[in-house]
Design a protein around this ligand. Structure first.
Ligand SMILES: Cc1ncc(COP(=O)(O)O)c(C=O)c1O
Length: 388
């Protein structure tokens, strides 16, 4: 592979539920879900069976033809997604889901500019990269889209001032994921909605990480009862099979004409079968409620880590949680891995937890036990002056 990834020294062979197994027979509790993807757990039997069944019938079907697997998925998605967002564009990743939203916003409004949030992450292809906040991602690839400004996340007055006559859309994550599980102040999304409506610009919600039930609602926007104009989904939508979906209103969708945008693989029967099975499992096993309940359970248990002076904060919503350290979190992340717990980073000093929603109390307890051991050891080492 091109040398683009920080590699962990583990060869993963198979997965089941919340567990991954390496080629040496070691078991890991997976609190990453592969970056928020394996929402129904690894290899959920219903999802696997749906993929097998579809694979025997038809693998590919271009968007210019109708297909039953796609229709069934869209029907299911329309049951769970907001009713006013009744047109879908299908792609294969999060960043592609954002790319369509950007083109849609420009055509639907006839304007060019975008306002995004400081510390946001929307992807790394040239369009979405123009919005992504971190300079280290953007600067080597300049020039990107010209008309993008960034405002502080959670400050409605700053957003108001940043919108001008040429702004097409405001784009934001309801909870910022990559930058450390940043939850905005209560009512903020409602203020953003009002500002966008007043100023006649589209509100695009990037729910690629927060969506599909992770925060205890199908969309995190539902916590605030907010109605965005466009929603970007991907990651968990097909339990690990590549699938992106951009949801928008019929009116906005009608502004892009045949040929204005496309994707060869978008909405292929295999991805749609995996997507439909994922939504079925989420509904049948009441995983959204489970995310809420287990999220509260886990977050309460994690509070005990605040006894260590190197832990600054525990936060998040549903099963999208963070333990913020007062120093670089890398030692904690590798320490957990050595003890059989996979966790993610988010920014320099945040340990991010995105476990599958099928998480049990036992697995949650085990993870907290490992985190306590590793953070406890780190705390003692630092108190002892190892690395002040
Ligand atoms: C909020 C958000 N938007 C967009 C993306 C990009 O998704 P992908 O890596 O599938 O292109 C990510 C990925 O982490 C994300 O978290």
């Amino acid at each position: 592979m091109a040398p683009l990834f920080w590699k962990r020294p583990v060869v993963v062979e198979r997965g089941e539920g919340v567990h991954l197994y390496d080629t040496e027979g070691n078991e890991y509790l997976d609190f990453t879900s592969n970056y928020g993807v394996a929402i129904t757990g690894h290899c959920h039997p219903v999802v696997v069976q749906a993929i097998k069944d579809q694979a025997e019938k038809l693998l590919s079907c271009h968007g210019s033809l109708y297909n039953q697997s796609r229709s069934l998925f869209m029907e299911k998605l329309s049951e769970m997604a907001p009713r006013h967002l009744n047109k879908y564009f299908f792609s294969n990743s999060g960043t592609e889901s954002v790319e369509y939203a950007l083109k849609l916003a420009r055509k639907a409004t006839g304007k060019k500019g975008f306002v995004a949030m400081m510390n946001c992450f929307h992807g790394k292809t040239m369009g979405s990269l123009s919005l992504t906040w971190k300079k280290k991602y953007r600067e080597p690839f300049m020039p990107l889209l010209q008309d993008v400004s960034h405002v502080p996340f959670g400050k409605a007055d700053r957003l108001m001032n940043a919108i001008n006559d040429d702004t097409a859309a405001v784009i934001l994550e309801p909870i910022q994921g990559e930058s450390g599980i940043i939850v905005p102040p209560e009512g903020y999304l409602n203020e953003v909605r009002d500002i966008c409506s007043d100023k006649g610009v589209l509100m695009i919600l990037d729910e690629i990480q927060t969506g599909t039930g992770r925060t205890g609602r199908f969309l995190a926007a539902e916590h605030s009862n907010v109605k965005p104009d466009v929603v970007c989904l991907s990651k968990a939508l097909a339990s690990g099979f590549p699938l992106g979906a951009t949801l928008c209103t019929e009116e906005a969708a009608s502004k892009l004409k045949v040929g204005d945008h496309s994707s060869t693989f978008g909405g292929n029967p295999l991805a749609c079968a995996a997507g439909k099975a994922t939504l079925d499992v989420i509904q049948d096993e009441k995983l959204i409620k489970r995310a809420e309940i287990m999220g509260e359970y886990l977050q309460t248990k994690l509070q005990s880590l605040l006894d260590y002076i190197c832990v600054r904060e525990v936060r998040g919503k549903g099963l999208m949680l963070a333990v913020e350290m007062k120093f670089d979190a890398l030692n904690v992340i590798t320490g957990c891995m050595e003890k059989g717990l996979l966790v993610l980073d988010a920014g320099r000093n945040v340990v991010r937890l995105l476990p599958p929603l099928v998480l049990t109390e036992n697995d949650a307890d085990k993870a907290v036990e490992i985190l306590t051991e590793v953070i406890g050891a780190e705390d003692s080492a630092r108190k002892g002056g190892r690395a002040a």
